[in-house]
Design a protein around this ligand. Structure first.
Ligand code: GTP
Ligand code: MG
Length: 138
């Protein structure tokens, strides 16, 4: 059974949307097998998003991710990586399908409420970035 890393971003925790977003994950059949609310330092945000370091929005992205609490979580289910990305919707909320997290809650392409791993391999790396084995309770 597959696992993926999800982050509820600062724009969403600020607006008290953690529960509503988690309900969408659970309604889609994803199980939250680990979860914690943390505040990333700028350095930690830069490390997590290192693959995007050459992109023009890297500074904006990492400053935003360090601007308030985030909820990092591991979601488990059949095809969890893809299923989570379906529930999230397109990166830009203007392109996100109705009913998705980003269509309902995202404020802009930058402040888009959630992150989800893009493949099983990156999911494994991203889960290990935030969680140790004993924190994952399937
Ligand atoms: P993630 O699940 O967060 O990785 O989103 P994604 O896979 O849909 O998008 P991508 O990996 O291409 O970009 C990573 C993140 O960078 C996005 O979720 C946005 O928060 C941010 N981002 C992407 N494009 C822009 C942009 O044009 N401006 C800003 N400020 N942020 C952007
Ligand atoms: Mg991505």
């Amino acid at each position: 059974i597959e696992r993926t890393l999800s982050i509820i971003k600062p724009d969403a925790t600020r607006r008290n949307l953690t529960g509503k977003i988690n309900a969408k994950f659970e309604d889609a059949g994803l199980r939250i097998v680990a979860q914690k609310r943390i505040q990333l330092s700028l350095q930690q945000a830069q490390q997590f998003y290192a693959v995007h370091s050459a992109r023009p929005f890297f500074g904006e992205l990492t400053e935003f991710m360090a601007s308030g609490p985030v909820v990092v979580q591991v979601l488990e289910g059949e095809g969890a990586v893809l299923k989570n990305r379906e529930v999230m919707g397109a990166t830009n909320p203007k392109d996100a399908a109705p009913g998705t997290v980003r269509a309902e809650f995202a404020e802009s392409v930058g402040e888009n409420s959630v992150h989800g791993s893009d493949a099983p391999e990156t999911a494994a790396q991203e889960i290990a970035f935030f969680f140790s084995g004993i924190e994952l309770v399937g």
